[in-house]
Ligand binder design. Structure first.
Ligand SMILES: Nc1ncnc2c1ncn2[C@@H]1O[C@H](COP(=O)(O)OP(=O)(O)OP(=O)(O)O)[C@@H](O)[C@H]1O
Ligand SMILES: [Mg+2]
Length: 286
């Protein structure tokens, strides 16, 4: 009698556990998505010309976080966005990815309002290294490929470029090692390099980096920056960085303050302008 009784209580335990998981999965699945495709959403397959923001304003709730932003990002250019904490840099990115819809104005991709484009198509054009890394309780390899046709060779190549290969090879199961919930088993810098590897693997025409190297020490930052330079060569890139020395190469630097663009130009132009940007650069050289 003991064995079957044990089996029965075990089974009961698993049913309870399964029910709890099911409830959580249901919660996620039932979560209402506020950003929806319009019924006649356009399918797009590439990025040809430019991204354009026209009089874009945005408020999460009451307070306006971005005010009347006008900006053109031509294909192939590298645009840096700088400015103090809370000036609206990450918000700008969220709007480009259409995680939120603009409150006013419009964002156009090759002349099409992004609200009219299939979300999936829009996002497939953009590789994002977000300020907060999002990793899954899964293997290193799956975290890099993100479910996009697992190609072990390409995964490894991306990891090498992101200088993640070094620490991955030291892990017990290497690319098959599980990294825990949101990568808890990794250091901040390691998590960041995994996210960079993921962006490299995605190989999208537009690359967005939000403080992508902020958790790295100066030495690794230099290495990863070099790798990114290579990667950026034939891409359109939007780069957010606090450390201004890492964005001097940008074709255009956009300075945000309290949600408005206050200066715009190359590093050289902005230094000559002797305004906010120069002040920030001087401060960081102290
Ligand atoms: N999800 C949100 N809901 C409400 N307010 C938000 C949300 N995200 C950001 N904010 C607010 O919007 C403003 C701009 O935030 P944002 O994250 O764009 O700043 P940031 O320039 O990226 O700053 P940092 O350099 O610290 O990353 C801040 O005042 C912030 O409190
Ligand atoms: Mg930010």
């Amino acid at each position: 009698m003991i064995q079957p009784a044990k089996a029965f209580s075990n089974a009961f335990y698993f049913i309870q556990k399964g029910m709890a998981s099911l409830r959580r999965i249901e919660e996620v699945l039932m979560e209402e998505n506020k950003i929806n495709d319009v019924s006649d959403a356009i399918a797009i397959s590439g990025f040809a010309d430019k991204i354009e923001l026209r009089n874009v304003s945005f408020a999460y709730e009451d307070a306006t976080v971005l005010k009347n932003i006008n900006l053109e990002i031509p294909k192939g250019k590298k645009i840096a966005i700088v400015g103090g904490s809370g000036s609206g840099k990450s918000t700008f990115i969220q709007l480009l990815m259409r995680f939120f819809d603009v409150t006013d104005g419009e964002i156009l991709l090759d002349g099409k309002n992004i609200k009219t484009i299939h979300q999936q198509d829009l996002r497939s054009l953009i590789a994002l290294v977000a300020q907060q890394t999002v990793l899954f309780n899964d293997s290193v390899a799956s975290n890099i490929s993100f479910g996009k046709d697992d190609n072990p060779q390409a995964v490894q190549q991306a990891a090498v470029l992101a200088h993640a290969d070094e620490f991955i090879l030291k892990m017990p199961l290497q690319y098959e090692t599980n990294i825990g919930d949101n990568g808890v088993k990794l250091s901040g810098g390691e998590q960041q390099r995994l996210s960079i590897a993921r962006a490299i693997y995605k190989n999208a025409p537009i690359l967005i980096l939000d403080e992508a190297t902020s958790h790295l020490d100066s030495n690794s930052e230099k290495l990863v920056q070099d790798a990114l330079q290579n990667l950026l060569k034939d891409k359109t890139a939007i780069i957010i960085a606090h450390r201004l020395s890492t964005v001097q190469f940008a074709d255009e630097i956009v300075v945000l303050r309290e949600g408005s663009i206050i200066e715009k130009g190359s590093h050289k132009q902005l230094m000559q302008l002797n305004g906010e940007y120069k002040k920030l650069v001087d401060l960081q050289q102290l």
